[in-house]
Each structure stands twice: as C-alpha cells, then as structure tokens.
Design a protein around this ligand. Structure first.
Ligand code: NAD
Length: 256
C-alpha cells in the first residue's frame, strides 16, 4: 500500500516508534529512522523487511537539528509522505517540585518538535496533494494523572496541534490524526514499573499488575504491533476522511 512512499518516524530506535516503522515498512514504505540508543539494531530490524532505510540522529529538542533532518530526508528520498511524530520522554514529579529543565525538555521533545517537523513537511505534502501526519499523543492527551504535569500539558497540546493541522488541510489529500495509547510496555514505561517496584518492595510482575490495575480495565498492555496496525489504517485510502481525531487504544482507560 505504501510502495514508493517515504515515512519519517521520530524516536524510532525503540518501543512504539520502532513498531510503527516496521508496520509501515511491511506496507512497502521506505523509512527514515531517528532516535538514540541501539540505532544499528533498529536499522537491521527494519532493513530485514526489504525496504530502504536511512537514519538521522537529530535531537528533537533542537529546532536546527530537526530542520537538518527534514532536509536530509528530502535529499535522500525526494520527500516525506508519512510523518510520525513519536519521540517522547517522561518525568514524574509534583508540580511544585518539577525540575524546570525537565519541564522545558518535555515540552520541546513531546510537543514543539511536532510543530517543527509538521511545518517543514507540509509544503511538499500539500504540493503532492497527499500526506499523512500521525502524532503519538497518549491517553494523557485526553485525561490527566498526578505527577505528570509537563507530559500531560505536552500531550494535550499535541492533540490541539493535531486538530488545527487537520483543519488547515481539510480540503486536501493530507490528513493529520493523533494516536492515544494507554500503557505500552516499552523502556519509557518499564522505568515507571521499576520506580513502583522499588518504592513498594514488589517484584517486576507485581508492579506491572499494579500499574495496569490502577488505570486499564482490560488489565493488558497495548503493544507496539497493535499501534503499528492503527498507523497503517490511518495511512490507508479508507482513512482519507479521518481528520483531527485523537484515537485512544487504551484497554478502556478513558472510557471510565
Ligand atoms: P521509548 O523510550 O521506547 O522510545 C522513545 C524514543 O524517542 C526512542 O527512540 C528515543 O531514542 C527517542 N528520543 C528520546 N528523546 C529524544 C530526542 N531528544 N531526540 C530524538 N529522539 C529522542 O518510548 P515509547 O514508550 O515507545 O514512547 C514513544 C511515544 O509514545 C512517546 O511520545 C510517548 O510519550 C508515547 N506514549 C507511550 C506510552 C507507553 O505506555 N509506552 C503511552 C502513551 C504514549
């Protein structure tokens, strides 16, 4: 379905971003990876699916590096057809104790980076009259949780950016939507499991059950593979008039 198209996924060296990159590659899209950590491992996993893969190490907190990444993608592939704004970090603290540098980093990486990639990708998408922008928000783009002020503010902001981008492209072949996962067992969430296990003297399994039990009626983690298939649907012709939605995949979290 996505043969001869290019997908750029920020923060795609692990977790949800890597899952989405692989799902889009299975549809034939060439892939621009981004993120830190095990770059070679991520590249090998996506290349094994038989598509062309490039990598750019731009730091999503730095607008000049984001601009360089978008130029590199255009130089390598012609243009970006599918943009997945996925890079994100987390920090837990009460508002009055929240480190100012963590607030600034979360707003920059989880929210402002999507503004920069979107503003830079839109002209070519509009000229081609086709494009897909998918923003990885969160249930925390729809509801709050204590100790996550910066994350919740950034994700609510990302849902807002999604709606405005969708309205500004509504008469074109470009769509913009948000995906809002509940708990997904990635490195970002394993850290929160570890904090709970340590604080309460629980095993890894007990801490995971507690985390799920607090929020998710299904008692199940959503998987990067399931989120990848939702991204594939949003890229499909059937989703051509799905515009500005914030689609939760959360085991019932926000239905409560
Ligand atoms: P993860 O930690 O596995 O992946 C995060 C990715 O972002 C990695 O590739 C990392 O290298 C990259 N990254 C971090 N800082 C970066 C920076 N400054 N510049 C470039 N890349 C950077 O986390 P994940 O759970 O897969 O999260 C992916 C997205 O999904 C995030 O936006 C997160 O908020 C969102 N999300 C996750 C969950 C969950 O339960 N895991 C739930 C809802 C939403």
């Amino acid at each position: 379905m996505l043969k001869n198209k290019t997908a750029l996924i920020t923060g795609s060296t692990s977790g949800i971003g890597l899952g989405i990159a692989k799902a889009l590659a299975r549809q034939g899209a060439n892939i621009m990876l981004n993120g830190f950590g095990d770059v070679d491992g991520a590249r090998a996993e996506v290349e094994a699916l038989g598509v062309r893969v490039e990598y750019h190490g731009a730091d999503m907190s730095k607008p000049a590096e984001i601009e360089a990444m978008m130029q590199a993608a255009a130089a390598a592939f012609g243009q970006v057809d599918v943009l997945v704004n996925n890079a994100g970090i987390q920090h837990l603290s009460l508002v009055e104790d929240f480190p100012v540098d963590r607030w600034d980093a979360i707003i920059a990486i989880n929210l402002s980076s999507a503004f920069h990639t979107t503003r830079l990708a839109l002209p070519a998408m509009k000229a081609a009259n086709w494009g897909r922008i998918i923003n990885l928000a969160s249930v925390h783009g729809l509801v709050g949780s204590a100790q996550k002020s910066a994350y919740v503010a950034a994700k609510h902001g990302l849902v807002g950016l999604t709606k405005v981008t969708a309205l500004e492209t509504a008469t074109t072949g470009v769509t913009c939507n948000a995906i809002c996962p509940g708990w997904v067992l990635t490195p970002l969430v394993q850290k929160q499991v570890d904090i709970k296990a340590e604080a309460l003297g629980l095993s890894n399994e007990e801490a995971k059950k507690l985390l799920l039990g607090e929020k998710e009626p299904s008692g199940q983690f959503t998987t990067p593979e399931e989120l990848g298939e939702l991204a594939v649907f949003l890229c499909s012709p059937a989703a051509g008039n799905v515009r500005g939605v914030a689609w939760n995949m959360d085991g019932g979290w926000v239905a409560q």
